[in-house]
Design a protein around this ligand. Structure first.
Ligand SMILES: Nc1ncnc2c1ncn2[C@@H]1O[C@H](COP(=O)(O)OP(=O)(O)OP(=O)(O)O)[C@@H](O)[C@H]1O
Ligand SMILES: [Mg+2]
Length: 387
């Protein structure tokens, strides 16, 4: 394919794609700051096939938004230090000029931003915000753009769509604003949608409606989607695959059912334990994994989760575990994985020695771990246990 013979990028019909629509390889996005280099995204790799959904999950500050924006090619400027590659439908996004990126945005890759109140322009009517992309990127005239905008608003479940075009963002409810954001993102028929916390701040019922809507639109358009959230519960039955991020890295990635059935990484296990219950207030962020994520300017040596990990051993503080395979499509980074004999022994050792992080496990889980293996001696990871 000759990508830019006349300044126009060429994109294959997604139905003709042989490989993945998106390939991200060893992506790094660091920010220069007064304190030093903030390693917000630090060596992330994954691929996504057309029409598929990847969930990206992690606590606040783990790098999910920076990752999404990096995939879009949105992060520019001299304080941003970028590495690795992002390939979309055969084009290297990381190598495109601003003019070329404008041919990608909205039409090929679109994003539903985390906060609709800041992403929507407060002083511009909804109508103009929805029709803008249709007119500029697709070249529709005013009448056709308005008709399309009404149809779009209707398709995302906004009542009286023609009347809503005259409203300003603050005149709509949070749920309706979020639907407008989705309509804008879908307007030019993107093949890849990045949805960054599309339901944060909405109540549980509206949250479910918006996620269902995204799912329906995705099926209808056979669009690939990256669904970013801090809540593993949100992506549980809405994704094909899940990547768990911690401190700028993917620490576990697996097909969704596999991730839940055979969790290997203690951080994923901790996230699973923190899935909000129906009785929790809807605005609540991730519930109490003891401790805090590390400083991304000076991350700890070894595994970045070590200071908070119930399974931690000396080895974890010294050597960073590489991503390794645990079956088809399943990778994790841990020396003492959940469900392995060395993991159980590490946990039993920590429970026995009252290591604070291990005390997050109580009741039957702790009793079983202690009963299953003798607590001594200090385990070593990677399949071997010291004798
Ligand atoms: N422009 C920037 N300059 C310096 N640091 C930044 C910049 N943008 C983001 N960061 C830092 O990068 C890290 C990752 O931020 P990011 O917004 O990607 O987290 P997140 O996973 O999306 O969190 P949340 O769930 O709260 O949205 C944070 O420590 C943040 O402070
Ligand atoms: Mg974010």
């Amino acid at each position: 394919m000759s990508p830019k013979a006349d300044g126009q990028l060429r994109f294959p019909d997604v139905a003709d794609l042989n490989g993945p629509i998106l390939e991200v390889e060893n992506l790094t996005t660091h920010f220069q700051s007064d304190r030093g280099l903030v390693r917000a995204v630090d060596g992330v790799s994954f691929t996504l096939d057309r029409g598929r959904t990847l969930g990206v999950v992690g606590e606040s500050g783990s790098g999910k938004t920076v990752l999404s924006r990096s995939v879009m090619g949105l992060l520019q400027g001299n304080r941003v230090v970028k590495g690795g590659t992002v390939r979309y439908a055969g084009h290297e996004i990381s190598a495109l000029s601003p003019a070329e990126l404008r041919q990608v945005w909205a039409v090929q890759i679109a994003m539903v931003f985390q906060d609709p109140m800041t992403a929507l322009n407060p002083v511009v009517r909804i109508g103009r915000q929805v029709t803008e992309g249709l007119r500029i990127r697709l070249g529709l005239d005013r009448k056709a753009a308005t008709e399309t905008a009404v149809a779009l608003l209707e398709s995302v479940g906004i009542p009286s769509p023609a009347a809503r075009l005259r409203n300003y963002p603050h005149e709509l409810s949070g749920g309706m604003r979020q639907r407008v954001m989705i309509a804008i993102a879908l307007a030019c028929g993107p093949k890849l949608l990045l949805a960054d916390e599309p339901t944060t701040g909405l109540d549980v019922t509206v949250q479910a409606q918006i996620l269902d809507l995204l799912g329906e639109q995705q099926q209808e358009r056979s669009m690939a989607m990256i669904l970013v959230t801090h809540d593993l519960g949100v992506v549980a039955n809405r994704t094909d695959e899940i990547a768990v991020m911690y401190a700028g890295k993917i620490v576990e990635k697996a097909p969704t059912t596999e991730l839940f059935a055979h969790t290997r990484m203690p951080y994923t296990e901790a996230l699973l334990r923190s899935i909000p219950r129906l009785t929790d207030p809807s605005h609540m962020r991730l519930r109490a994994i003891p401790g805090r994520p590390p400083d991304l300017v000076n991350p700890p040596a070894g595994c970045r989760f070590a200071p908070r990990c119930p399974y931690v051993q000396e080895q974890c503080r010294q050597a960073e575990p590489p991503l390794r395979n645990a079956g088809p499509g399943h990778q994790f980074a841990c020396w003492f994985p959940v469900g392995s004999s060395e993991g159980e022994q590490a946990l039993a050792y920590n429970l026995h020695h009252k290591v604070p992080a291990a005390l997050a496990f109580t009741g039957t889980r702790a009793d079983n771990a202690l009963a299953a293996v003798p607590p001594e001696p200090t385990p070593t990871g990677d399949g071997e246990v010291a004798s």
